[in-house]
Design a protein around this ligand. Sequence first.
Ligand code: UDP
Length: 254
Amino acid sequence: MSEGPASVDVLGCRLDCVDIDEATARILTFARGDRPAQVVTLGTEMVVAARRDSRFRATLAGSALNVCDTVGVLAAARRRGARITARVTGVELLERLCASAAEESLPIYLLGGAPGVAIEAARLLAERYPGLRVAGAGDGYFPADRGTAVAEEIARSGARLLFVGLGSPRQELWLADHLASTGVGVGIGVGGSFDALIGRVPRAPKSWRRLNLEWLYRLLREPRRWRRQLALPHFVALVFFEELRAFLGGRKNR
Ligand code: UDP
């Protein structure tokens, strides 16, 4: 990848400037290691939510790797000098990591989604990547007080890579609380990736994705998401005012 900063600040959140190849390589290193690492697929809504929630902010700051999941974060990061040209989405990471995990015999665990979704996603991945070891899969609708039991179940499975699709911020906060007791090398928040993988929530066609319009496609298919998608204009306004403040501050100091 071309030279540029290793990470940039996007409205108070650290974004690591990695492409999919480098993200995959780093995550595999975590998976083989013995210090549990958390990986965040950083989205626009998360950056906005982190401004209001100090615990969530601390979780994002403390994670081992924050990759760029949305066009809003990508555009803001590029304005801050990041030399990244594409998003690193949960679904893509899931597929790339499963391909490598199959080759290296690193067991995976899928946690999240409605009952049956993670099992179906695991079955599909095992079929697509022969040799993939699925240590376990479980749905994401367990009560908060079962979190420790779920983590112990994962520990017993011997998984090295844990994909958590509980939606944000639940998945990041769950990992912050339980990652250490799962025994995995790495835990990654992947949002609705299991649904997308099994076609429960269809992904935007390639042409829409190329034009960075996946958000519009999702809004048209699931209009109830509009409230959540207000995070995007909010995010753009915050970036604008931050840059305006920096510009005016710069003029004053001249
Ligand atoms: N989910 C879950 N447990 C919950 C709430 C949500 O497992 O308590 C799952 C939900 O079924 C979906 C995913 O979390 O698979 C969140 O998907 P969403 O599209 O909201 O996340 P995004 O990809 O936008 O981060």
